[in-house]
Design a binder for this molecule. Sequence first.
Ligand code: KG4
Ligand code: ZN
Length: 357
Amino acid sequence: MGTVGGKGAVLGIETSCDETAAAVLDRDGRVLAETVLSQFADHAPYGGVVPEIAARAHLRYLSTQVSHVMRTAGLAPADLAAIAATTGPGLIGGLIVGCQFGKGMALGAGKPFLAINHLEAHALTARLPGLTDGGAPFPYLLMLLSGGHSQCIAVLGVGRYVRLGSTVDDAAGEAFDKVAKLLGLGWPGGPALERLAAGGDPDAFPLPRPMLRRPGCDFSFSGLKTAVAQLAAGPLSDGRRADLAASFQHAVTDVLADRASHAMAMMRERHPEARLLVVAGGVAANAAIRTALTHAAEAADFRLVAPPVRLCSDNAVMVAWAGIERLRLGIADGMDTAPRPRWPLAELAGSSGSGRR
Ligand code: KG4
Ligand code: ZN
């Protein structure tokens, strides 16, 4: 087996939360095959991700997902240049499954193993050559808005990340999920809340805008959530529920646009050549948020790069791509690599460099 297009290809594996995903990219970052299996239905009855169920599902589905992308790409393990798997941060059970599977495959095929930080994978997605002309150049500002993380990060190079600000309480996606629950919507709440908000008046409820105009670019969402909880405690007509959803989304959007403006000013001060604001994470799928960030970027003489929705939420294309970026720098990881449920981006600095480890 093996195709010319597949020479130097990298397999990516993602199992850090509730998506079992695999992808094969060629050496230039072209996607040869990709698949994402959301365990959504397995967790929905519990209103959130149940770690034990997630780990068992990854174990059940991962090898089929990998076989599928390898077959679609027309490649055998021996054709790959390397195997990349997310080894943190995330839920330990899923990380063990992905990390061990990746190492096993790398060992069997005699190929390098790449241990990928999930946040780094989100951070580098904008550099996929197909997304912006030739891929986003360093340095750029990243706003990572997912279910577990809300951070503004100066992306200076592979393995070189400086956190400019982050949430002091809930992550943006977590706030969407909690408010969706208060409004009686299913899980995950973000997409359902956005749909409900579409039929509501965003100015109906004067909700707080935590952190607005504060120095720096930290976020806070718990006060906003509490305000919604008080309003949702009493009976609400369907129309008022939609108004509340729209008002909440409007408040979050205002806060994110303000925080982005501050973050761009901070970025410009430290790195005057920076021109790009990149959004990543599931919340970046929200159309109102994308629009507000586009305007905030224009006002600051930045350009917004928003990857397509399928690359904003968890996927394995970003893992394979982060692997390609690291491989190009001659980085590989040992078979003694252990999964890390907590793995801040700042700790990557010491793990990347010029030599193989
Ligand atoms: O990045 P992601 O897929 O998974 C991680 O958390 O790593 O993000 C999932 C989060 C969930 O909290 C979900 O409710 C939120 O992203 N989300 C949205 C939308 N789509 C997903 N939030 C607001 N609007 C959306 N359209
Ligand atoms: Zn993620």
